[in-house]
Design a protein around this ligand. Structure first.
Ligand code: T4K
Length: 418
């Protein structure tokens, strides 16, 4: 255990972890079940185009979401695009800026204009009042985002969408298995989209799944994601189909979901316990009634109290081989191509959050001992914030060597533990 500030790797001590401990490590699955499924795929010769594992996954996800329809696709980004095309959306789409860039890029890529609104400063979730204030005559849809493993105020967004007669979609990339006022996430708005990316709590290597209770939307999406097959042929289409091997992985991962959530809840509780009385660091709390899946552990770092900003804490942890992520910084409106738009928006709550949030490692590859070690480092660093900053200004002893906040830079971590 590190007891003196000079024990920190960033100031010359030895890294606390020999292998990287990273946010986003895929959840543990029952390898035998997965490999048995792969054997069946190979034996059957059915690798894609809506095979039995895709069908089984769709049935299970629809049940989990409490809706009648699910269409599994290659990823959530493309699934959202297929949804907007299927609904014939044009013009502007209102969404929070505090989200992964994919939420915005997905819409822009198909010629729609994302319009960013602010969030609730306490929860970080889209503020329905701000969404309403962003609606113009060109607005045809709202995209709400369930942030960090719990639901956003989706019922209030439904009211806003109904008031203006526009569509509502929910980006449920983080929120599989969660619920709002007893209603499972997946059943809000016109449709919701889960991500089954490797880093998600239910992963299929890559994958996405649209869930909806609206039969016509489901039918159109199913057609468009397979080249516009069938009744929607005249509208064209794309190839967004999920492969059988992704479905096999997602099914195996879905079976592990209760255990994964329990593990993550224990990790979250431990982070809260260990960091609770650390001035300037607060761990995001979740309402158990919302069945949070604890996919992410988010802290907020207050530089006025700690003497160091979030990016410095990221560097301190990186030197210890702890890979954190600033989910989400920069916020969408602070980055290109949106930051150069002729009418830049000021979103004060989003900007404050984006400057302070940091996701810490959790998941089945992160043990309670790991959590305690990470918390020891955080406490030691922030209680000597000025000293750490001075040390870094003098020249860091340990420069980040294998990762930073850039997208897609985590590939060298893949050989580390699951
Ligand atoms: N909406 C929201 C709100 C989202 O968060 C996302 C995706 C989407 C929509 C779009 O869903 P998809 O189209 O992807 O289905 C990662 C993920 O790549 C991205 O899917 C995710 N959100 C986002 C929150 O996190 P980066 O840029 O942070 O990825 P990267 O490569 O740096 O990986 C993050 C960490 O995960 C690293 O520490 C390494 C670790 N990792 C990653 C992969 C891929 C592993 O340990 N193993 C792996 O296989 O975006």
């Amino acid at each position: 255990m590190k007891t003196s500030v000079t024990d920190l790797a960033v100031l010359g001590g030895s890294p606390a972890f020999t292998e990287p401990l990273a946010v986003g490590r895929p959840s543990r699955v029952d390898r035998r079940s997965f490999l048995e499924r792969v054997e069946r795929i190979l034996a059957s010769g059915r690798h894609s185009n809506g095979g039995p594992f895709v069908e089984e996954l769709e049935a299970r996800l629809a049940e989990l979401a409490g809706v009648r329809h699910c269409v599994a696709m290659c990823n959530a980004t493309t699934a959202t695009q297929v949804l907007a095309r299927a609904r014939g959306i044009r013009g502007e789409v209102v969404m929070p800026s505090m989200t992964f860039i994919a939420t915005a890029h997905a819409m822009r890529w198909i010629g729609l204009d994302p319009v960013f609104c602010d969030v609730d400063p306490v929860t970080g979730q889209i503020d329905p009042g701000q969404a309403r204030a962003s609606i113009t005559p060109r607005t045809e849809a709202i995209v709400g985002v369930h942030l960090w493993g719990r639901p956003c105020p989706a019922s209030a967004l439904e009211d806003v969408a109904a008031e203006y007669g526009i569509d509502l979609y929910l980006d449920a990339a983080h929120a599989i298995g969660t619920a709002l006022d007893g209603r499972p996430v997946g059943g809000f708005g016109n449709a919701e989209v889960f991500s089954l990316h490797a880093t998600k709590i239910v992963g299929g290597f890559e994958g996405g799944a649209l869930v909806t209770d609206d039969e016509e939307t489901a039918e159109r999406v199913r057609s468009l994601q397979a080249f516009g097959d069938g009744i929607w042929n005249k509208h064209g289409g794309t190839n967004a189909k999920m492969s059988e091997v992704s479905a096999a992985m997602a099914l195996t991962s879905l079976e592990a979901l209760p255990d994964t959530v329990s593990h993550n809840r224990r990790n979250h509780d431990l982070y809260v316990k260990c960091l609770d009385r650390t001035p300037g660091v607060s761990v995001e709390r979740f309402d158990p009634d919302q069945r949070p899946n604890h996919q992410y552990v988010i802290i907020r770092v207050d530089p006025a109290e700690t003497g160091m900003d979030r990016d410095t804490l990221h560097r301190v942890l990186l030197a210890e081989n702890v890979i954190t992520r600033p989910y989400f910084s920069p916020a969408c409106h602070q980055t290109e191509p949106y930051s150069s738009l002729p009418t830049p928006r000021s979103l004060p709550h989003t900007e404050r959050l984006a400057a302070t949030v940091l996701a810490l490692p959790t998941g089945t590859g992160t043990s309670s001992t790991d959590v305690e070690t990470v918390c020891d480092i955080v406490r030691l660093a922030v209680s000597h914030g000025d000293r750490v900053v001075r040390g870094l200004q003098a020249g860091p002893a340990q420069e980040p060597h294998h990762d930073d906040f850039e997208h897609g830079s985590g590939s060298d971590l893949l050989s580390a533990r699951q």
